[in-house]
Design a protein around this ligand. Sequence first.
Ligand SMILES: [Zn+2]
Length: 131
Amino acid sequence: MNTISTGDKAYFCPTCGSSAIEASTLVGGAASCSSCQWSGLTTDLVVHVFKHDLGTSDDVVKAFAQEFKGLIGKHMATPLAALLHKWGFFVSNPPKSEELTRYAVAMAKASIIAILEVRREMEKERVRDGN
Ligand SMILES: [Zn+2]
């Protein structure tokens, strides 16, 4: 297997340490924290450089999405097909596997967005509760 090690940077709020940062891509641009009330410049952010073998941060999200889709396909395809069939979500009769795949992919996408939103909320709660 060909492994690519990439240096990546993570940015954190200088006040509360949260990773929920809104920042301009411009060096020295505006930045703010959505976990606390801090706002300032991107140069004020705490930067952590780390190495991993998953490529860019887009690659990390893709790898997570791929593993999540695999989990749905391996463990949920049969009960999902039965549920969708029971409630009349298939257009074709008998249902086509393409229809199930389309539902499963949409479900994986929506779930990944929900997971990322929950993680962000948990980060805000951590800061609010001072943990
Ligand atoms: Zn903050």
